[in-house]
Design a protein around this ligand. Structure first.
Ligand code: COA
Ligand code: MG
Length: 290
């Protein structure tokens, strides 16, 4: 099993080749090649071809590469899904997933995609909010994640999207509970004001407190803030490194509890230590006895 950091997930229009090229060297954990909202109808075919070529050419290092397709009901959905499923991307992100039935349709469209390819669902409609548990449950067949679409939610509900996001806090908590209850990752919605670093930092602190794994982003300037907001601090990293090193030491082989500094650390804490180190940067492979 691999624990992956998903502190920062940067969207870019797949029609924008310059942005894709840039993404290969940006410090984001996830690159989302968008075929949907950020791409104009006349650029859809070119964006699709660009996304497929970008994945094929590679060069993204340890970053996860995800393709956001157009929704069922649009003229582009079938072609997008076919191309994305065969692309070798890490996951497909589907917009406006409103119920478990729709998850089934996407999974069916991905029947020939590699088993390890993820299916990520945008949570961005009022309809989805009351079906979160069923939607998450229906996603069991593939590695999955929820991605909040707060812009679309705000638009549909007529709610105001402020820095504090008071109208959305209840939905955020429910989405985290549904995701974590079914072993999914969950990423927070974007912050549109990309010049306002303080506002973004506030949203990251809050989303982390709710249990989000990271935040979706729209501009490279937002990456470091999200990495800091969702990553562990220096003290947590030091503890995790000491715990891992402690259990790896030959004199501790076979022990269930050891001393690290002035504290007892048990084997069950190793999971936590691995997760912290993964969240600090590189994906970490963890071998577990099954
Ligand atoms: N991914 C990768 N690179 C990006 C980027 C992104 N999302 N947004 C901007 N950049 C690059 C630009 O290409 C530019 O690079 P350059 O200086 O080498 O040419 C640099 O970062 C600075 O960009 P800047 O001039 O500040 O922004 P812009 O005016 O070019 O673009 C947006 C502003 C909002 C149009 C752009 O950030 C964007 O398209 N964001 C993503 C939108 C999206 O995908 N939305 C869907 C999900 S909500
Ligand atoms: Mg949307």
């Amino acid at each position: 099993m691999t624990i992956r950091p998903r502190r920062s997930a940067l969207y870019m229009p797949a029609s924008n080749s310059r942005a894709i090229e840039k993404a290969r060297s940006l410090p984001c954990d996830v690159v989302i090649l968008d075929l949907e909202d950020s791409v104009a109808p006349e650029a859809k075919a070119e964006a699709r071809a660009n996304a497929v070529a970008a994945v094929r050419d590679g060069g993204f290092g340890g970053r996860e590469v995800v393709i956001r397709v157009n929704a069922f009901g649009t003229p582009w959905a079938e072609d997008d899904l076919k191309a994305a499923a065969a692309s070798g991307a890490d996951a497909i992100l589907a917009p406006k997933v409103g119920d478990a039935h729709m998850v089934g349709r996407y999974h069916a469209a991905m029947a020939n995609a590699p088993a390890g390819m993820g299916f990520w669902a945008m949570v961005e409609s009022s309809r989805a909010i009351f079906r979160l548990d069923a939607i998450a449950e229906a996603m069991a067949a593939r590695p999955g994640a929820f991605v909040l679409g707060t812009n679309d939610l705000a638009k549909e509900m007529g709610a105001r999207l402020t820095v504090e996001r008071t109208p959305f806090l209840g939905m955020m908590a429910l989405a985290v509970a549904a995701a974590k209850g079914h072993g999914l990752a969950i990423l927070d919605g974007v912050y549109n004001a990309f010049d306002d670093e303080e506002g973004l930092a506030r949203q990251c602190v809050e989303a982390r407190a709710y249990g989000f794994d990271g935040k979706t982003l729209i501009h490279p300037r937002q990456i470091e803030i999200a990495n800091r907001g969702f990553g562990p601090d220096a003290e947590e990293i030091a503890w995790a490194e000491a715990a891992v090193a402690g259990f790896a030491a030959p004199e501790n082989a076979g022990k269930g509890a050891i001393r690290v500094g002035g504290e007892m650390v048990e084997r069950l804490h190793l999971d936590q230590a691995h997760r912290i180190l993964a969240m600090a940067g590189a994906p970490i492979s963890v071998d577990r006895p099954s």
